[in-house]
Design a protein around this ligand. Structure first.
Ligand code: S3P
Length: 169
């Protein structure tokens, strides 16, 4: 049974949808960010602040490699992980990658009151979201086996779209 890997930008709803899918499909949900925090005994924001993004990406790569040795999981994948080709190849080995897409404006609305996303600590977060998304969108689309546009969907509708796509295994 393949892993179901949710990819997409911060605020795309990966954690919420992963947990819903985990309950419906009775599968274990693993968040790459949670694993990183557990392995470092620190919050993601602290890791960025104390050691920088490159260090974070190194841990992320290691954690993803370990997680992908298992099958049957739902993987809630940190928004920047698919920029690394090694991560994409590890995630694809045992997994179906599902891209939750949406617009910068919707992302901004969802994340604007959250303080734990270091990459969005910018003077103009919407501008930063637009810049990052422009770079990342082609990567998400290329890595994905399936895309769900979440813009006009509620969580249950996103789950429904994913369930329709999944093979019956
Ligand atoms: C990041 C996304 C975050 C987290 C880190 C970097 C990114 O995860 O991994 O702050 O580069 O987009 P979420 O997508 O779960 O917020």
């Amino acid at each position: 049974m393949k892993n179901i890997v949710l990819i997409g930008f911060m605020g795309a709803g990966k954690s919420l949808i992963s947990n819903k899918l985990g309950m419906i499909l009775k599968r274990q949900v693993v968040s790459t960010d949670n694993r990183i925090e557990q392995s470092q005994h620190k919050a993601i924001s602290e890791i960025f602040q104390n050691f920088g993004e490159a260090y974070f990406r190194g841990i992320e790569r290691k954690v993803i490699k370990e997680i992908c040795e298992k099958t049957g999981l739902i993987i809630d994948c940190g928004g920047g992980a698919i920029l690394d080709v090694v991560n994409v190849s590890n995630l694809k080995k045992n997994g179906l990658l599902i891209y939750l897409s949406t617009t910068p404006e919707v992302i901004y609305k969802r994340v604007k009151d959250q303080r734990h996303r270091p990459l969005l600590n910018a003077p103009d977060p919407l501008k930063k979201i637009k810049e990052l998304l422009a770079i990342r969108k082609p990567h998400y689309e290329q890595a994905a086996n399936y895309c769900v546009d979440t813009t006009d969907k509620n969580a249950d509708q996103v789950v429904e779209a994913i369930l329709k796509f999944l093979p019956n295994d």
